[in-house]
Design a protein around this ligand. Structure first.
Ligand SMILES: [Zn+2]
Length: 347
């Protein structure tokens, strides 16, 4: 076995998506930012294959060595800590940040991407021990006009870098990586990765004397690759990934439709999440989502499971918390439903 060090220069962390899946031999690979050192163990077989042209079919042994194939048995044995990724979706004030900071497994990296203020929850009594094991990163726009493209680009690169620093080499197996909110992250992504593509497409159309028609397809490719690349990589590090998503009013032909909301979510994210929970705050009296009746006192915090693992047939649709269920919506409940085992926190 000959060990080679190969230098890769990545001009854009879009490359993360592709390279995350590229397992050359033994070392696991991630490329973000500007310069990465990638160590590749070439086996004798793959070297022989590399000397052949790509037009020649490799042997099965060569393909296994070169592309890191595993038997199903090997894969199960190698996966020491199966985890699941969760999307918490809901309007403001429905308990998404609270679920993460108060109940998700420690140690935790909590990335505040937008306008959350984790301080209030971290400062509560009862949080003295937990907060010692929570690392907070905050990315906010510096102006009231929102994110500039430069700030956005820097924050996207920084998030990938901090994820690598904290999670690589199994440093946080069994802990939590939380992104609050994924909606703001996606807004920034659209400004930095989609808008420039759209501007190019508009310019190209204008140059040809045509009108630009937004098709929604190709201009999203780059951003979608970054989203799935980053999230898939985080998931592969043995941590529980939790992303929150805000909800926005649904719009009809005559403006916003009263009482109807949809999650502000990247189209690839639902497929990457094993669990999706719709977080709700309802009136204790009339159970209305946004009750304004002056005589109706009290609110219940509920969570409704809208996606659950590979077979959610018995769980999806279930509502927890408040007066509806026996216990509140917290991580240990979801863990127990997902794994069938009681959640035993390591910290
Ligand atoms: Zn009410």
């Amino acid at each position: 076995m000959v060990k080679l060090s190969v230098l890769f220069v990545a001009y854009d962390f879009t490359s993360m998506g592709g390279l995350t899946h590229l397992k050359l031999g033994i070392e696991y690979v991630l490329v973000t930012g500007l310069l990465q050192v990638l160590q590749v163990n070439y086996t004798h077989a793959s070297q022989t294959f590399l000397r052949k042209r790509m037009s020649q079919a490799p042997t099965v042994e060569e393909a296994l060595a070169l592309y890191g194939g595993q038997s199903g048995e090997e894969l199960v044995v190698a996966t020491t800590h199966p985890t699941f990724a969760t999307s918490l979706e809901g309007l403001d004030g429905t308990g998404k940040t609270l679920y993460i900071l108060k109940t998700a497994p420690l140690p935790m990296v909590y990335v505040n991407f937008g306008d959350r203020d984790p301080y209030v929850i971290l400062n509560e009594s009862g949080m003295e021990e937990r907060r010692k094991h929570i690392t907070v990163y905050q990315f906010q726009s510096t102006s009231v006009d929102g994110w500039t493209r430069k700030e956005g680009d820097e924050s996207l690169a920084a998030m990938a870098q901090l994820a690598r620093a904290h999670l690589s080499d199994g440093k946080m197996v069994g802990g939590t990586f939380a992104l609050d909110s994924g909606s703001t992250w996606w807004d920034v992504m659209q400004e930095c990765k989609v808008a420039p593509e759209e501007e190019k497409a508009v310019a190209a159309a204008v140059a040809k004397g045509k009108d630009f028609r937004k098709s929604g397809g190709l201009i999203y490719t780059k951003a979608n690759l970054v989203v799935s690349g980053v999230l898939n990589w985080i998931k592969a590090q043995g941590v529980y990934l939790i992303i929150t998503h805000q909800k926005a009013e649904k719009w009809g032909p005559n403006g916003p439709i009263l009482g109807q909301y949809k999650s502000r979510i990247n189209s690839k994210v639902p497929g990457l999440m094993e669990v999706r929970i719709n977080m709700k705050k309802v009136c204790k009296v009339c159970e209305g989502d946004e009750c304004e009746a002056k005589t109706h006192m009290g609110r219940d915090f509920l969570g409704q499971i809208i996606k659950f693992g590979h077979d959610g047939s018995t769980i999806e649709g279930m509502t927890f918390g408040g007066t509806k269920g026996q216990s509140g919506v917290d991580f240990s409940l979801i863990y127990q439903l997902y794994t069938g085992a009681k959640y035993e926190p390591s910290i």
